[in-house]
Design a protein around this ligand. Structure first.
Ligand code: AHM
Ligand code: MG
Length: 335
């Protein structure tokens, strides 16, 4: 059965042709992510064995120090990309500043920068709940041949050339877009191969699931409070179902398949929101839009925000188009 499905490797090669004058750099980046995802997946699946193989900070049987999983994932993705010398710069949610990739070849000649959250939802690590990796690729804007600058990373999301996520869930999937729709690939761990399992993914235009940390309700803006009450009201096809994993990738993935909205608003506790524009919101927004969904900060399109700092936070409303528009309507009315 699986042999009839395309593998991710085959799909990447086939789709390289969609890019005119393609040099293959983007395909090589995607292949590196595919590889790093498999390495991280192996480690994530062993996380539950921590009592047996040693906790963070302890030495394992080989005398190696056990690392925190998010630190490990960060190193795997960064090293995989650096070793292949295919990007000129890397920014990660785990690092304060961006990395200028050096390498034996002159990496200043590479066209792309990558931004990522190597292991999102890290509060779920110790409790065996799904985690994710999120990535976003831009063409640099400073001249080829020169070292990257912050300008190359501080681009609005509309400039993304690729974005995707890996979900380490009941099965491991890699979902990505290069601006020609969204495709999902499921890992067969027995042979370490991703197969095309979810071609041309689409958000249902409407949905019945809302995902928000309702424990923070008292701290939310009035528009969000009103929208939550709307979701809970017995009227038409409501009340909606509430589902919140606390792992953005998993909540997004479920909502994209079933139809739903994810909200992480501003609150009196987090006046700018919690999620990072560059590492979390922009890539998810690109995927959402490519799947026919919508992503806003409650008022305007996420991908049009001009970033001013690497770790900038924004409120995030993302999911089925009609649901996001309804939430925006409540936000505008409460202004
Ligand atoms: P992290 O990058 O520190 O893991 O935080 C991001 C995560 C998202 O995956 C998730 O949707 C959100 O934080 C949950 O936050 P909260 O626990 O405040 O609801
Ligand atoms: Mg994160």
């Amino acid at each position: 059965m699986e042999e009839r499905n395309k593998t991710l490797g085959e799909f990447i090669i086939e789709n390289q042709k969609a890019f005119q004058y393609s040099s293959g750099e983007l395909s090589r980046i995607l292949n590196s992510i595919r590889l790093a995802a498999k390495v991280v997946n192996y480690k994530v699946n062993k996380a539950g064995l921590v009592d047996i193989i040693g906790a963070v900070g302890e030495q394992n049987i080989q005398g190696e120090e056990q690392q925190k999983l998010d630190v490990y994932a960060n190193e795997v993705f960064i090293q995989t990309l650096i070793n292949r010398e295919i990007v000129c710069g890397i920014a990660s949610e785990e690092n304060d500043d961006f990395i200028t990739v050096q390498g034996s070849d002159n990496c200043h000649n590479n066209k792309y920068v990558i931004l990522m959250d190597p292991l999102d939802g890290s509060s779920n690590i110790d409790v065996n709940v799904s985690l994710g990796t999120i990535f976003s690729v831009f063409r640099r804007i400073t001249p080829i041949g020169t070292p990257v600058t912050s300008e190359d990373f501080l681009q609005p999301g509309v400039n993304q050339v690729a974005a995707g996520y890996v979900i380490y869930g009941t099965s491991t999937m890699l979902v990505y877009t290069t601006g020609f729709g969204v495709n999902g690939f499921t890992l067969n761990p027995a042979i370490g191969t991703f197969y095309l399992s979810h071609p041309n993914m689409k958000f249902p235009k409407d949905g019945h699931i809302y995902s928000v940390n309702e424990g923070n309700y008292v701290h939310f803006p009035q528009g969000v409070k009103n929208y939550i009450k709307y979701c809970q009201r017995e009227e038409d096809d409501r009340p909606y179902t509430s589902r919140y994993i606390g792992s953005l990738v998993s909540d997004f993935h479920r909502n994209m398949i079933k139809g739903g909205i994810y909200i992480y608003p501003t609150s009196s506790k987090a006046p700018k929101g919690k999620l990072r524009l560059l590492y979390e919101c922009n890539p998810m927004a690109f995927i959402a839009e490519q799947a026919g969904g919508k992503a806003t900060d409650g008022f305007g399109r996420i991908m049009e925000i001009q970033p001013t700092e690497l770790h900038q936070r924004v409120p995030f409303f993302c999911g089925s188009q009609n649901m996001v528009e309804k939430a925006e309507q409540f936000m505008a009315e409460a202004e």
